[in-house]
Every structure is written in structure tokens, then in C-alpha cells.
Ligand binder design. Structure first.
Ligand SMILES: Nc1nc2c(ncn2[C@@H]2O[C@H](COP(=O)(O)OP(=O)(O)OP(=O)(O)O)[C@@H](O)[C@H]2O)c(=O)[nH]1
Ligand SMILES: [Mg+2]
Length: 262
């Protein structure tokens, strides 16, 4: 059962100070709603909106929210640099300020802030928590069949190619405790879109990070436009294939490779 944090509590019991990083690009219709929902669902955690100079004025709206609430902060980045780069900047911002855990959350409402207390509870006994759409108890609402199939196929491919033992390696609703971020070589990360989530799953798994999955209720965005593109899918496919081949070559070169054959 979750420990209820009241409005005077700092952070999450058993986890410490928590920063929710929300990357935004043209989310003017969503940013105020999502920040309000996070503040309501988890009043003791802080929020960082990482905005890539959105042409629709999302950054200015976020500034207004930050001006009215000391728990809300904004990181202004010069231009659209991709989700991965925005998260890496948010992680660095958190680490510089001594946060104990960082949460990844989309701005479009697909990741329900109401699920956050359960994810943070799970972080007491793990260094990385993945909010999963594909584990028992999870729900996916209003997603068209082609998106469901893409996500299932992408996850199956990631698991077969990389051996990452999670049901939702592409999902972007996660908690990383400081120990997980320390264990992952973040400076080596180059991915931008879905591949970013897969790359961090792979690196965390290889580094022996304690991972756990928690079922979430995932809903299709209601406002604003998706930034998903064929390029983002192609990036994920290409990178997962490259990592998978590299991992296999490295395994074959290990001295005990023959003993494990076939
Ligand atoms: N800072 C920043 N945020 C981005 C960038 N691209 C996407 N985002 C944000 O990343 C989150 C996920 O993007 P979405 O467009 O919802 O992508 P998605 O969830 O993969 O696709 P849908 O399911 O179709 O919504 C949203 O909060 C976006 O605003 C970017 O280049 N920079
Ligand atoms: Mg989305």
C-alpha cells in the first residue's frame, strides 16, 4: 500500500527528492493540464518542463506556471533537438541540484500523473521503474490498431535483438533513481525518439540496474499533434538492429563462446 505524501512532505517516502521531467515541443494545449495533474497527484515532487523553444509559445506558458508555483521549473532549450536530448538535459539539471530520482513523462496526457505514486512506490525497491503498457493489469485506451501493432512489434523486436527483460522497452513513463543514472554512461547516448527509451533500457540492463515494471493506464493524446514520424520509427529499427549485431559479435568473441555453442 502506498504511503500518502501530504503537501508539506519533500519528495517521496523511501525514494527522496523527485523531479518529473516533461519534454515539450508545441504542447501549448497540454502543458498547463499536465503540470496541474502532476501537482495534484504527487504534491511533494517537483516538475521541470524542458521546452525546445516551441513556436506555439509552450515555453512562455510554462514560465507562467513556474512563476506561480515554486515546485515548477522550466528549462529553455534553443531549438528542436529531439526528445532524447531534452531528457539528457533534464537529467543533468536534476543531478546538479541533488535530486534523488528523475521521472520521464510525456506532456500529452498519455502518461497519467495519477499512476505516479505507484511508480514511485515501486522505486523504493528498484533503481529503475518502467511504466508498462504490456504487463498484466495495464490498459491502453483509444489507440488505433496500427499504433498497438507498432508498439507490440517494436517491443518484441527489442526483446529478441537485445535481450532486455522488460515488456515495454519503448515506453517513456519511467523513474530513474540516482544510482541508475550513475550506472548508465549517459554521455554515450545518441538516440532521439523511441530509440532513446530502448537505448536506456539496454544500457541499464547491461549495467545490472535493478529494474521493475508497473502496469499503467496509457491514453492516446487528446490535444495537439503527435511528433511521431516514420523517421523516428526508422531510427529505432536501425539502432536496435545495430546494437543487437554488436552485442552478438561481442558475445562470440568472449573466451567461453565455444563452450556455450550452440
Ligand atoms: N523538448 C522536446 N520535446 C519533444 C520533442 N519531440 C517530442 N517531444 C515531446 O515528447 C513527448 C512525446 O512526444 P509525442 O509527440 O507525444 O510522441 P509519442 O508519444 O511517441 O507519439 P503519440 O503517441 O502519437 O503522441 C511530448 O511531450 C512531446 O512534446 C523535441 O524535439 N523536444
Ligand atoms: Mg504521445
Amino acid at each position: 500500500m502506498g504511503v500518502v505524501a501530504d503537501r508539506r512532505t519533500v519528495g517521496h517516502p523511501g525514494v527522496g527528492r523527485v523531479l518529473v521531467v516533461i519534454p515539450t515541443y508545441n504542447e501549448a494545449d497540454n502543458v498547463d493540464r499536465i503540470v496541474a495533474r502532476v501537482r495534484e497527484a504527487a504534491p511533494a515532487v517537483d516538475v521541470l518542463v524542458a521546452d525546445d523553444n516551441s513556436p506555439d509559445g509552450t515555453g512562455a506558458i510554462a514560465d507562467g506556471l513556474a512563476g506561480a508555483d515554486p515546485h515548477v521549473h522550466v528549462l529553455h532549450r534553443p531549438g528542436k533537438g529531439g526528445l532524447g536530448a531534452a531528457y539528457l538535459a533534464g537529467f543533468a539539471w536534476a543531478r546538479q541540484r541533488g535530486y534523488d530520482a528523475v521521472v520521464e513523462m510525456d506532456a500529452d496526457g498519455s502518461h497519467a500523473p495519477e499512476d505516479l505514486p505507484a511508480l514511485l512506490d515501486a522505486a523504493r525497491d528498484a533503481d529503475m521503474v518502467i511504466g508498462s503498457r504490456w504487463t498484466r493489469g495495464a490498459r491502453v485506451l483509444n489507440w488505433p490498431l496500427r499504433r498497438l501493432l507498432l508498439s507490440r512489434a517494436g517491443n518484441l523486436y527489442a526483446r529478441l535483438a537485445l535481450g532486455v527483460p522488460v515488456s515495454d522497452a519503448t515506453g517513456g513513463y519511467r523513474v530513474y533513481r540516482a544510482a541508475a543514472l550513475d550506472a548508465i554512461d549517459l554521455a554515450s547516448v545518441r538516440s532521439q525518439g523511441y530509440a532513446f527509451q530502448v537505448e536506456l533500457s539496454r544500457l541499464a540492463h547491461r549495467a545490472g540496474v535493478r529494474m521493475v515494471e508497473v502496469p499503467i493506464t496509457f491514453a492516446e493524446r487528446e490535444h495537439g499533434d503527435s511528433k511521431m514520424s516514420p523517421l523516428i520509427v526508422a531510427e529505432a529499427l536501425w539502432r536496435i538492429t545495430t546494437w543487437g549485431l554488436r552485442d552478438r559479435r561481442a558475445a562470440a568473441r568472449r573466451p567461453d563462446a565455444l563452450a556455450r555453442w550452440p
